[in-house]
Design a protein around this ligand. Structure first.
Ligand code: SF4
Length: 191
């Protein structure tokens, strides 16, 4: 569900800079793309420690960014797909398949069965270009592949979140965010 006013106010100010820093660091070395693993792990570490969605209410840099990019004006009504679970399920499938492709292709690259894809690819299907690199670090092709895949996944979902924040309301992405959805399910199981 979209975050309500009380939670919105409790987000630490300025966290959106972390998101901007993450994407900027990709131009220093794409290996920084691996930090996406932390973004995915920390929400669940906090959830297991505090038994509530501390990440979502207080620390999420993406939510902070969406508060910056989101429309301030009254916009179109939110479609039923946001509340009936359709988009939430679609995003969970997309996220799951993405992680499966990332893992499978990285293993294939490491096993020398396929060439590493050292370029940005949006939404699994739209190939773009390699990022200019300020520092060139000699790294195994599988690690470069994994870095690009994680960076691409973060970039794709951020673009989608920003587009939705402009179309509907700032944190509408939170209604379908896979991390939020999985956190909700884990919390339900704990209760
Ligand atoms: S639902 Fe997703 S985007 Fe929203 S606060 Fe939680 S982790 Fe961040």
């Amino acid at each position: 569900m979209p975050i309500k006013g009380k939670d919105r106010k409790s987000l630490i100010p300025g966290l959106f800079l972390i998101t901007l820093l993450y994407f900027s660091l990709g131009f220093v070395s794409i290996l920084f793309g691996l930090l996406a693993g932390l973004c995915m792990a920390i929400p669940f570490i906090l959830l297991s420690r505090y038994k509530k969605k501390v990440w979502c209410s207080t620390y999420c840099p993406r939510a902070s960014l969406l508060m910056q990019t989101g429309t301030k004006r009254k916009t179109r009504a939110i479609g039923r797909q946001f509340s009936d679970g359709t988009l939430k399920k679609a995003m969970l499938w997309y996220f799951g398949l993405n992680l499966l492709f990332i893992t499978g292709s990285t293993i294939q690259v490491a096993s020398h069965n396929m060439a590493s894809m050292e370029y940005i690819r949006l939404f699994i299907a739209i190939p773009l270009v390699p990022l200019p690199q300020l520092i060139t670090i000699e790294a195994p092709p599988a690690l470069l592949h994994l870095s690009y895949r994680l960076y691409s996944m973060m970039l794709s979902s951020t673009i989608l979140g920003i587009a939705l924040s402009r179309m509907y309301r700032p944190r509408i992405w939170c209604a379908i965010c896979p991390v939020g959805s999985i956190s909700n399910e884990l919390l339900k199981k704990q209760r």
